[in-house]
Design a protein around this ligand. Structure first.
Ligand code: ATP
Length: 236
């Protein structure tokens, strides 16, 4: 498989604090990569750096053969990278339908365009709530809306930052189903989690970060057999 997204030698800083150290990873088209690590390991910084949201970054990021490191976030989004941040940046005063309209981007060649109707099939709860103000919805509903709005940008790769964090078990199961559907649609996903829980059924490969460094990269089977790695680098 050819690489869809390649990250080589990524370093990131917040002010003078050096946070990421030579992170190198790649994800193939249609693949789901789990980015694991404890609190503060650098998962959010990695995803935000790929999206162009961390100003002080060095290294290469290549999406579909196009170098994107250093481009502003809106251009990176137009090139096909979608981002679902941990803090659910929806517009609270707008309705569900309005939030989706705001996320709309022109379709990109070779990527089928998402429509609100298709998204309401994928997220039936949102269909029922389409005229509800987003700020009046539950955390789980807001998280689904964030994903739906990201899909409206017709990305080919989506970065999801701890999408199941803080959600009720029933909603976590729905989230796993949504990831499965996105994978079945041919989307490439990078999903961060503290440990491999809800995304297990959909993940192909695992990377583990610790203190801003990549400590492990392997298939699900290798990860499952690597008890020492889990003990050392993940929250149990
Ligand atoms: P979490 O599970 O808490 O989201 P994470 O793996 O996503 O953790 P990051 O949020 O990327 O980790 O944080 C990596 C390191 O960078 C931590 O030491 C954190 O304290 C530091 N950090 C994060 N944001 C900033 C910031 N805006 N300014 C300075 N340091 C920051």
């Amino acid at each position: 498989m050819t690489a869809k997204l390649v990250v080589r030698g990524l370093n990131a800083w917040y002010g003078r604090a050096h946070i990421l150290f030579d992170v190198t990873l790649s994800v193939a088209g249609g693949e789901v990569l789990a980015l694991l690590g404890r609190n503060g390991a650098g998962k959010t910084t990695t995803l935000a750096s790929l999206m162009g949201l961390v100003p002080a970054v060095t290294g290469d990021v290549i999406l579909d053969g196009v170098p994107i490191a250093g481009l502003p976030a809106h251009r990176i989004a137009r090139l096909g990278l979608g981002y679902v941040p941990e803090d659910r940046r929806i517009f609270s005063d707008l309705t569900v339908a309005e939030n989706l309209a705001v996320g709309r981007q022109p379709p990109r060649p070779g990527v089928p365009a998402w429509t609100p109707a298709a998204l309401f099939d994928l997220f039936p709860n949102l269909a029922d709530l389409r005229h509800r103000r987003a700020g009046q919805m539950s955390g789980g509903e807001q998280q689904m809306l964030t994903i739906a709005r990201t899909l409206m940008g017709n990305p080919s790769v989506i970065l999801l930052d701890e999408p199941a964090e803080g959600l009720a078990p029933r909603i976590v199961a729905q989230m796993a189903a949504v990831l499965r559907t996105m994978k079945a649609e041919g989307l490439t996903l990078i999903v961060s989690e503290q440990n491999l829980h809800f995304a297990r059924s959909v993940v192909d490969r695992v990377c583990i970060l610790e203190k801003g460094r990549l400590r492990f990269e392997g298939t699900m089977a290798t990860f499952d057999g690597a008890k020492d790695v889990k003990d050392r680098y993940l929250a149990i």
